[in-house]
Design a protein around this ligand. Structure first.
Ligand code: HEC
Ligand code: HEC
Length: 468
């Protein structure tokens, strides 16, 4: 009987697992925007979420085994369509499963609820500096109890990927009022032996005969209950409350913890604010404005003096890459260098010649794309003067390098290609709205950029924005 049950269970499991590895086909006529967003849809989505997702992503989307969903930042894409496809199909090679056995209508309802979760934390930006925060972390002895990438102690949770798991709000609370929310697997316990010795630590488990705990030095300890006079569980965290950190130190520490993420294959920069893009320190030139686009916020540049300088080269070290941007060119001067990634000399901080650029040329009421890439003596501009597009529309553009060939695309359609060898760039910084030396300003708006450390095929690109 048992064997038969086991067998039938395995037969049932197999197709699901196979499906799990292969992306489900995208339904025909998949809408760009969610058709199910009424209050009833959101409520139905919430119920489905609680049953299927809450144990990994937290009941309020605060994250746990799954990613934070209430911070307003979705690494894998934030449009309705992206979220639908992620929830429906899962994310290959991660713990994120597809929602199998759920109708598309139900997936749209969950999408509506996840979108709503995402809006909750949108007011919670990272304002500190991660590098300064790493020093705060060192100085305050956090590593006595926590490990990051294998370095440090074991009493508290491993923080290696904490930024991907927890929202800034939760991180702040964990530091200032650790006792507010002590996870069940970190409950403090104090045991007193019959001989009168007392040992404190984290309660690991307990049965009729024995108690297992991790003591304050991180060692596992077991006691027979017959040796113990008293066992006291407490709700007060073993982590000291860091109430006397200055505001700046605390915010820097939060920025540092937030930066601790799995070495993600893809990084998304959302242009939904100007003071901080992609979690990096950002310098503002002129008065770029945050505007509403059909898919969320975007930053608009005036073509004369507006620009953002971002303290990061998101493709430094990449041997292959895909650089995608959703933007809207609005006119302005003929030559525009609107997104520039530049390597810097680590000794002087000066820009080297190694750079990656998105440029456009404006021709009447149309434009064409120019993708310029240089590394060492290899350089190439990909531009097709005949591939003209009307100004004023939102577009998806991409530059892809697979280690041999550089290609560029507008709305997933290839416009240019060239064979060359581009060595990886060193660390550097980026400018948006102007070339890094402040010439050739951009008139238009940028919604989002995604950087992936491998060559994506056009079918893997972010969905091109629907034309208005
Ligand atoms: C077994 C745990 C688990 C379950 C169950 C689960 N997820 Fe996930 N989910 C993850 C993990 C882990 C990630 C992060 C994957 C990565 O990027 O490495 C993730 C990522 C996501 C993302 C992308 C987040 C981003 O930053 O782009 C969304 C959206 C999401 N999950 C929604 C859901 C929804 C809705 C459900 C329920 C239908 C669900 N998940 C069920 C573990 C889970
Ligand atoms: C004496 C040991 C100890 C020290 C020192 C310590 N912690 Fe903790 N920490 C813990 C324990 C135990 C927990 C788990 C219980 C809890 O959440 O309060 C914890 C929890 C946390 C969490 C929440 C983790 C999660 O998964 O939600 C964060 C974040 C954190 N600590 C950061 C820090 C930082 C930053 C410092 C230094 C400023 C620090 N800790 C110093 C013991 C310590």
């Amino acid at each position: 009987m048992r064997a038969i049950l086991l067998l039938s269970c395995c037969v049932l499991m197999l197709p699901a697992q196979r499906q799990g590895r292969q992306p489900r086909p995208i339904p025909a006529n998949l809408p760009e925007t969610n058709p199910s967003t009424s209050a009833q849809d959101v409520e139905a989505g919430r119920k489905l979420y609680m049953g299927r997702c809450g144990h990994c992503h937290g009941q309020s989307g605060e994250g746990g085994r799954g990613a934070v969903l209430n911070s307003g930042r979705f690494r894998h894409g934030s449009s309705d369509r992206d979220l639908f496809l992620i929830i429906r199909g899962g994310i290959p090679n991660t713990e994120m499963p597809g929602a199998f056995g759920v109708s598309d209508a139900e997936v749209w309802r969950m999408t509506a609820y996840v979108k709503q979760l995402g809006r909750q934390g949108a007011q919670d930006p990272i304002t500190g500096d991660a590098t300064a925060g790493a020093i705060v972390y060192q100085k305050n002895g956090c590593a006595q109890c926590h490990s990051v990438a294998g370095q440090g102690g074991f009493l508290g949770p491993d923080l290696t990927d904490i930024g991907a798991k927890r929202a800034p709000r939760h991180l702040r609370e964990s530091i200032v009022t650790p006792s507010a929310d002590v996870p069940l697997d970190y409950r403090p316990v104090a045991a007193t032996t019959v001989a009168g010795k007392s040992i404190s630590g984290i309660h690991l488990n307990e049965d009729e005969y024995a108690l297992h705990l991790r003591d304050m030095s991180g060692n596992l300890r077991s006691f027979l209950k017959s040796e113990l006079k008293d066992i006291k569980l407490s709700g007060t965290s073993l982590m000291p409350a860091y109430t006397s950190l200055s505001k700046a130190d605390l915010e820097n520490l939060i920025a540092y913890l937030d930066s601790l993420r799995p070495k993600a294959e893809a990084t998304v920069w959302l242009f939904d604010r100007i003071e901080n893009i992609g979690g990096h320190r950002t310098t503002v030139l002129g008065q770029p404005r945050v505007i509403d686009s059909p898919f969320g916020k975007a930053v608009e540049f005036d073509g004369v003096k507006d620009a953002l300088f971002i303290d990061n080269h998101p493709l430094a070290g990449a041997t292959t890459f895909t650089w995608e941007v959703i933007f809207r060119p609005d006119g302005g001067q003929t030559e525009q260098r609107w997104f520039h990634l530049s390597e810097q000399d680590p000794r002087t901080g000066a820009d080297t010649d190694n750079r990656m650029l998105f440029e456009i040329r404006v021709v009447g009421d149309q434009w064409f794309l120019d993708s310029f890439n240089q590394s060492g003596t290899a350089s190439r501009a990909l531009m097709n003067r005949k591939a003209l597009h009307p100004l004023g529309d939102w577009r998806h553009v991409a530059t892809v390098y697979d280690g041999k060939e550089l290609r560029n695309y507008v709305d997933g359609v290839q416009e240019g290609a060239a064979q060359l060898h581009l060595a990886p760039h060193g660390q550097g910084h980026s400018s948006v709205g102007v070339r890094i030396n402040r010439v050739y300003y951009f008139k238009g708006a940028v919604h989002l950029a995604r950087f992936t450390r491998r060559a994506l095929s056009p079918s893997e690109f972010l969905a091109p924005p629907g034309k208005p």
